[in-house]
Design a protein around this ligand. Sequence first.
Ligand code: ADP
Ligand code: MG
Ligand code: MG
Length: 883
Amino acid sequence: TKWVYSFGDGTADGTADMRNLLGGKGANLAEMSNLGLPVPSGFTISTEVCTAYYENDRAYPADLAEQVDAAIEKIENSVGGKFGQKENPLLVSVRSGARASMPGMMDTVLNLGLNDETVEGLAEKSGDRRFAFDSYRRFIQMYSDVVLEVGHHHFEELLEILKEEKGYFLDTDLEAADWEALVAQYKAKVEEELGRPFPQDVRDQLWGAISAVFGSWMNQRAITYRRLHDIPAEWGTAVNVQAMVFGNMGDDSATGVAFTRDPSTGDKRFYGEFLVNAQGEDVVAGIRTPQNLTKQARLDAGSEDLSMEEVFPEVYAQLVEVYKRLEAHYRDMQDIEFTVQQGKLWMLQTRSGKRTAKAALQIAVDMVEEDLISKEEAILRIEPSSLDQLLHPTLDPKAEKNVIARGLPASPGAASGEIVFNSDEAEKLANEGKSVILVRVETSPEDIHGMHAAKGILTSRGGMTSHAAVVARGMGRACVSGAGSLNIDYKDETLTVLGDTFKKGDIITIDGGTGEVMVGSVDMILPELSGTFGTLMAWADDIRRMKVRTNAETPLDAETARKFGAEGVGLCRTEHMFFDAERIVAVRQMILAETLEEREAALAKLLPVQRADFVDLFRIMSGLPVTVRLLDPPLHEFLPKTDEEIDELAAALGADAKKLRHRAMQLHEFNPMLGHRGCRLGISYPEIYEMQARAILEAAALVSKELGETVIPEIMVPLVATKRELEILKGKISAVGEAIEKETGVAVEYLIGTMIELPRAALQAGQIAEEAEFFSFGTNDLTQTTFGISRDDSGSFLDDYVNQGIYETDPFVSLDKEGVGELVKLAAERGRATRPDIKLGICGEHGGDPASIDFCETVGLDYVSCSPYRVPIARLAAAQAAL
Ligand code: ADP
Ligand code: MG
Ligand code: MG
């Protein structure tokens, strides 16, 4: 088997298409090499080795070593050095790279191949002893941290002590002899910690690093990241070994990162940061504050530090040429990493850049206009759930705000919350329902869970490409980075700025769009949805087949949903209309009634209010279809729980408290989810459903007249298991319709249908369709009843099930295609066989979940219905499903 793929010198064994085998980084290094771009020679050990390694108890394929040796020799020939040889030593980097980019998850080792001998050789060859020992100390520190598990702090301490002794401020103040002395101390430290010396054999070093990369695939950070991003463990990572180029070779050397377009806004401008005389991670680590790439960006930032465009005009021009080529070649915004060694440009990485939802829209729409991509591609490039970011609040421009600090606008959106200083606590408080702002000097991959839990992230150090900024943008969290005036004290858990001290738990607001940090919580408003959002959504609407409706009861929800493009109401839950303080009294009277007359008297009071509700709803939806579900929950949900409340209610109704308590007890159920609810209420108390049907139909008649257009309500009977239930209730509803027709002389049009939310109903769909004019799949209940688990009680074990891979995802979040989906499919087929034009929709939470929407398309449903804020997500997901 071929395990190893070489690249460099304008050719490569691999291509960009081979990312499954070579990982993203390796595939793109090969591609750049094929394009003739300046890429240091190297090779990629494929992801198949990773898989084999874990399958064989962490042992490598027998012929791997041979292939690695041959590939090393190729690099040696290409760059004209020799691995492990004093004269002209070859140094390499060892870099991980999985199929999906996992920023910062895997550790890179630079300058590998240095030892006590080769460092002398490097010093001679470069004529720069300081550079050689600077590289060596970097290598010892990185290798120790990543491979030997001797942490960074050991070395940072020694460096700090030396700087203090010598009165140095910056790392660049250290001279050759200083680094040399430090190298000796570093090695001693490793030996002290490990009981054995730092490895001098370069092959041992290489294999140690390779194993560390493969090993890191299974470290906790990587596992957490994969879980958050649904990346399967079987994918594995590749290892890239590549000749070193040096950005730390003096003032004509540098290292940098860039985006071909602005990853925050999507604006078409080259954008990035670089550091002179520095290596690799220095830019992202936030150790020194990097400089801008373009002169314009520097001027915009009001900075005196010259930009790359000004310092290295020639290399900069070359970089511009390269980035334009890469973008045109990949037809997407690229995130690139480069190094300048003594005036020569080297490309070290390119990949599709992470971006905010706003930027994603802007870039997709611009690229269609630039004829780079088609509308379909543009639609497929937007992650539907990411639109959520755009539907969320930003600061009200009219709000009063007390700005205490300013940092970089690293990830847009505004957020208010309590200050927390560590990620575990952020997660804990968020789980308790609190809004938190994670405040850190800088973040690292260990903070991913805290960043995920927080509403926003604030750091005092690091640039626009720091870990905090990149990860926050990817997650859609608001982030302000590098607010240098903040003084953060982890030990005391305080944040001091301009003499004011804030404690853990104090509320602050950050605006990731401007970089402002404010005291307290600041008023926010909903953003305008226009421009690129509107353009892309219009394309999506042209392409999708399924309609998108909303689940809404209140006028506010209905209005919001229409603003977001809902094409009707798929679920109006009438019980939500009963909880209003005034109505609940009449509802309770209805429930407690002992005779039919008493119940009808109470219902008569409810009729006009229900009718008014529907009039509002029909008006807002102005002729669009509206599905109204008749009363669903068990009656005792409306009754008071405590003795005190019962006494109060008795007094209000002029009823006997003892009788009342008795009735409440009668209604008590052990398992209300499977109890006296849904159409079972209609069977026992038909007058309730008759009142509701009347309210719906009278409202429809009224609004039809007003609009001059027929409103055709869809009356939906919940929790049907048998055809007979529906037959009986349909009879009652039709009788109400006929009565109204007689009273008013106007014919009312309506549909009667049912929820399919019990396995039996799905199986009997063919029979039920003889009565039902539409089905709406209530997949929340259908999931509960198919799995036999209660959604409200599943919290205690769901995590275990997801973690142990029993459920791929929470079946209440994403529809279980194999089980619940099978029932949906079968019911759709059987329903259609009976009634070819039967309307089919879904109204569970799944109606707003992109993966579930994709499934609905395969089953051929007519529409999905979801909560108002998910309507745009569903529109886009439905378009993607249709492509
Ligand atoms: P990550 O996946 O975290 O971005 P990389 O493998 O890209 O890690 O390595 C991080 C940085 O190390 C790169 O951006 C680059 O600056 C530096 N680096 C990696 N390989 C080399 C190399 N061969 N020569 C010089 N610098 C390198
Ligand atoms: Mg990188
Ligand atoms: Mg239900």
